[in-house]
Design a protein around this ligand. Structure first.
Ligand code: FAD
Length: 274
């Protein structure tokens, strides 16, 4: 089967296989060079869902078929590189959907330990430099920006759990992620956020794929609670995921903390609130 033709039929966005594009997407900011078979530019979440469904349905005939997300492409470890399909977000997923400065009133999120400042809903391909222009209009910044802030995008900042010159004081990107929309391996999009114990119980009781994820990760975190907490690195900046110690503190369960720093290995982020 010609995978690329089939993929083109399944999505509204663009599919590129020309030499110049493949060369461009063979590199990030690392020393590695890996040429993809195709670069796909999804137009919306439905495209991402269709891509994931297509790849999981054809994994048996095409075991090397895979999807690798890319936002700004400034990773220094080869994270957005692939021999298969690169899914590029900066072309169409580049909108700031909402930007609201903080309310002077105590919100539910702030009662639960959220940060004061403001809330934004952004797509992963929004460049930090463009986001900052907008937040500065309210005198706000997202303080976990990396040194590559003029060339990186927010999807990569979350997936790499970026930090930078202000991180000693203000922490890394995971601290500012409130909600994530993520397409998982079953080809559906889910919304993740911090849950209290009752909300967690409801999720675990679901008989679907989402329920299974909550049950399995809860069991992993609860059964190994002391081990996981003891394994938390005692350093001021850590960019090696997975941050299991941040998921469950026996009061709140927050899967956004597992996706932050996961380098796109667990799901594809389609938008997020910070
Ligand atoms: C000069 C320079 C300085 C840097 N300084 C710092 C620094 O101070 N601190 C720091 O933390 N990093 C730094 N970096 C590394 C990098 O720039 C940052 O981590 C940046 O936040 C990555 O963002 P990006 O949009 O370029 O990500 P990309 O390179 O596009 O992707 C990074 C990872 O995220 C995954 N990903 C991208 N989009 C998605 C998505 N939508 N869903 C799921 N996964 C996704 C990719 O698969 C990849 O594994 C630096 C890099 C350079 C070149």
């Amino acid at each position: 089967m010609n995978w690329i033709n089939e993929i083109s039929k399944n999505i509204k966005g663009d599919v590129a296989i020309d030499g110049a594009t493949l060369k461009r997407y063979s590199a990030d900011a690392s020393i590695f060079e890996v040429r993809p078979s195709a670069v796909v530019f999804p137009k919306d979440s439905q495209d991402v869902k269709n891509l994931v469904k297509f790849v999981s349905e054809h994994k048996v005939e095409g075991p090397k078929l895979s999807l690798t997300a890319r936002s700004g492409g400034t990773d220094m470890t080869g994270g957005p590189l692939s021999e298969s399909i690169v899914v590029e977000f900066d072309k169409y997923f580049n909108k700031i959907i909402d930007l609201t400065p903080a309310s002077p009133f105590v919100t539910k999120e702030r009662e639960q330990g959220g940060e004061a400042g403001g809330f934004a809903v952004v797509q992963p391909g929004v460049y930090y430099r463009d986001f900052e222009k907008e937040t500065l209009k309210y005198g706000l910044i997202l303080p976990s920006y990396p040194a590559s802030k003029s060339i990186c995008a927010l999807g990569g900042m979350v997936a790499n759990n970026s930090g930078g010159e202000k991180s000693l004081l203000y922490g890394q990107t995971n601290r500012y992620v409130r909600q994530l929309k993520v397409v998982l391996s079953d080809g559906n999009e889910y919304q993740f956020q911090k849950l209290g114990v009752l909300e967690l119980q409801k999720k675990k009781a679901q008989g679907d794929f989402e329920g299974q994820i909550y049950r399995k990760i809860y069991e992993l975190c609860e059964d190994n609670f002391d081990l996981i907490q003891a394994a938390k690195p005692k350093v001021s900046k850590n960019s090696s995921g997975y941050y299991l110690w941040n998921v469950w503190d026996r009061k709140y369960f927050d899967l956004t903390q597992l996706f932050a720093g996961s380098q796109g290995t667990l799901g594809i982020i389609t938008d997020h609130r910070r």
